[in-house]
Design a protein around this ligand. Structure first.
Ligand code: ZN
Length: 269
């Protein structure tokens, strides 16, 4: 059954399964690329990904830059995970406080983050409705920015997508995210905005950088997204069977061996 009324998104329902069924998002797209079977199971409500401390640390850092009210809410709701019995914070959150201060004490980072916080936009792109939630968007100066935490600014990762060594930004598909956000904001508002990533590291003391993107990087990401979406949308509509990655927690927990594998298959896909 199809419905002509689009689901209205707000902060409360943005991350709901209903919203994920009605819209594509960058995280859903990335999840499909990682494992089709797991992502379809999540959309159908058959599998719930366990929440991790790393996710909570991420929300904690983001909330600190949204406003005090939201930050206090996150702290109150998760006080057991944040505070030890003696009242001090667990190491992950002591570290998160260092990262928050490293950005808050930097006037350039705070300048890059100036704008409306946690704004939701939707637009039709590449055959599907997308939803995005942007950390900070400034339509007056046509910029938007996203805070990313990482181990080390300079660490190199091997990428099969780019067929080479890449930074944490490509490795986590943040260029794709910036490209999609840029297009959705343009379709929704008419303003073509420049994206920035405000990166801060989990080191002590934290390192930090404001990262911009050579425009030529975005075209590759649009081609990549369009190419992958054809299949993803068919899986989402359950027109074709999803493939299992056989590596993620969902696949491991539902795995049933049927055949042998040759030793080479362990390291080459
Ligand atoms: Zn899997």
């Amino acid at each position: 059954m199809t419905t002509l009324t689009k689901m209205k998104l707000n902060k409360k329902n943005y991350h709901s399964r209903e919203a994920d069924l009605a819209y594509m998002s960058v995280s859903q797209f990335k999840s499909f690329v990682n494992c089709e079977a797991k992502t379809l199971a999540k959309l159908k409500g058959e599998y719930v990904e366990p929440s991790t401390n790393a996710l909570l640390v991420g929300s904690y850092v983001h909330a600190a830059f949204e406003n005090n009210e939201v930050f206090n809410e996150v702290v109150e709701e998760n006080s057991d995970a944040i505070f030890k019995k003696n009242g001090g914070k667990y190491a992950d959150f002591t570290q998160a406080d260092l990262m928050i201060d490293a950005l808050k004490n930097d006037s350039f980072a705070m300048f890059a983050l100036e704008g409306e916080k946690e704004q939701i936009f939707t637009a039709y792109l590449f055959g599907t409705e997308w939803k995005i939630k942007v950390d900070s968007v400034n339509l007056d100066r046509k910029t938007f920015s996203d805070i990313k935490t990482t181990q080390d600014l300079y660490k190199r990762y091997w990428s099969t997508k780019y067929d080479g060594w890449v930074s944490f930004i490509e490795s986590w598909d943040y260029v794709l995210q910036m490209a999609i956000y840029r297009k959705v904001i343009e379709l929704a508002t008419g303003a073509l905005c420049t994206p920035y990533i405000i990166a801060v590291t989990k080191e002590n003391p934290p390192n930090k950088a404001v990262v911009h993107f050579d425009e030529s990087r975005f075209d590759f990401e649009y081609e990549y997204a369009e190419m992958k979406l054809n299949r993803i949308l068919q899986i989402k509509k359950e027109e074709i069977e999803p493939i299992r990655c056989d590596k993620c927690n969902y696949c491991k927990s539902t795995k049933e061996l049927k055949d042998t594998i040759e030793v080479g298959a362990l390291i080459y896909e």
